[in-house]
Design a protein around this ligand. Structure first.
Ligand SMILES: *Cc1c(COP(=O)(O)O)cnc(C)c1O
Length: 367
């Protein structure tokens, strides 16, 4: 984000939702009265329970962010080295979490309709060193969950979904956060549901869930030390923001749907969009559009920037092109999509007039 001088009136790709300040204040008052600021406090427990209920999932762990969620997921599944099959089309944290845990990311290209990992290409990337598959339900679109599970079962490897974009998305009537051995989520301020910073692990197996519970608080309970751990505990102030935002969630998703459909009408025939998925109830987390090529994308960005409008190149570059990777992978589809995809501004407060203005500028550039 370029913040030169005043950014007032500018339109960025997103704007954090903020609840009525009185709701947040009433939670802060509770924190001041209890004087418990962190360490699995009451508000954290309340948020974990409300989110489990809202999403209808078990073994839900609220943690400090979506990146540490991926890292402790690997730890809880005892994946300490080896190869992880993953997608090149995601935010950098998917790959960096793998590298940070001393594993090797093995990139498998994406399919062009929804930009998720191409299941047809997973098996040929499996070796005796493969420990897990880490796909991403990118933009809140569902991966081919059934096929991925079949492959994982066949080769006895784990599945960790980076479901950072999935809050509110449902696949075959169930939250998209509830699949694989572990799914992780992010509640960063830029995400659809946020707790300023925050994340989650949703664990299928109760034993692994109990282990993750220990790992996230230094591996011990009282004076009893069980395993290597880290600090992934979240504070009461973050939980308070989550509790304040949660009552608005349906309204937030409905508004995003409305804006997305307005863009659809304004931009029909001018840009390419992902394919609608049959079994998916979408959360409208993002509004990705594909331009004909990078030149067209850059021209649109230049014109929009002149009006103080800043869409983002989500996701660019294709992660197999990160400069600090040791191994080379060819992912032609991901590289092509990355070069010409952008997410348009989409947030609760975005006005009809702004959507119409953004769309008009795009139409004039690409016609
Ligand atoms: C935001 C994001 C993350 C990281 O989450 P943080 O809470 O910012 O650490 C991981 N993966 C994807 C796909 C993301 O978009």
């Amino acid at each position: 984000m370029v913040l030169v001088g005043s950014n007032k009136g500018n339109i960025y790709v997103t704007k954090s939702f903020l609840p009525d300040i009185r709701i947040y204040e009433s939670y802060v008052k509770q924190i001041f009265e209890s004087c418990q600021l962190t360490n699995q406090g009451n508000l954290l427990k309340e948020l974990e329970s409300k989110l489990s209920q809202y999403l209808d999932i078990n073994n839900f762990h609220y943690v400090t962010n979506g990146t540490i969620a991926l890292q402790i997921a690997l730890k809880a599944l005892d994946i300490e080295d080896g190869e992880i099959i993953t997608t090149p089309f995601s935010y950098v944290a998917t790959t960096s979490a793998i590298l940070w845990e001393r594993c090797k990311p093995v990139f498998v290209d994406i399919e062009p309709n929804n930009f998720t990992i191409d299941v047809e290409q997973i098996e040929s990337a499996i070796t005796e060193k493969t420990k897990a598959i880490m796909p991403v339900h990118v933009f809140g679109y569902a991966c081919n969950i059934d096929e991925i599970q079949k492959i994982a079962d066949k080769y006895n490897i784990k599945v960790i979904y980076d479901a950072a974009h999935c809050f509110g998305s449902k696949y075959k009537g169930k939250s998209l956060l509830g699949f694989g051995d572990i799914s992780t989520c992010s509640f960063h301020s830029t995400k659809l549901f946020h707790t300023i910073e925050g994340g989650a692990c949703i664990v299928k197996d109760k034993t692994i869930s109990d282990k993750l519970e220990l790992i996230k608080r230094f591996g011990h309970q009282g004076d009893e030390h069980y395993c290597l751990g880290i600090n992934a505990k979240q504070s009461e102030f973050n939980a308070a923001m989550g509790l304040s935002n949660l009552p608005y969630i349906e309204e937030i998703i409905a508004k995003r749907k409305y804006i997305s459909e307005l863009y659809d009408r304004e931009l029909l025939g001018y840009i390419q969009r992902p394919k609608q998925q049959e079994n998916l109830e979408y959360n409208y987390a993002y509004y990705p559009v594909l331009f004909k090529n990078e030149t067209e994308l850059l021209k649109v960005f230049e014109e929009l920037n002149k009006e103080g409008i800043y869409p983002r190149r989500y996701f660019y570059p294709s992660l197999n092109k990160l400069p600090y990777l040791k191994d080379k992978f060819d992912c032609p589809i991901s590289e092509d999509i990355s070069s010409r995809i952008a997410c348009l501004p989409l947030y609760y407060e975005l006005s009809n007039d702004d959507v119409i203005k953004i769309s008009k500028t795009i139409r004039e550039c690409v016609r």
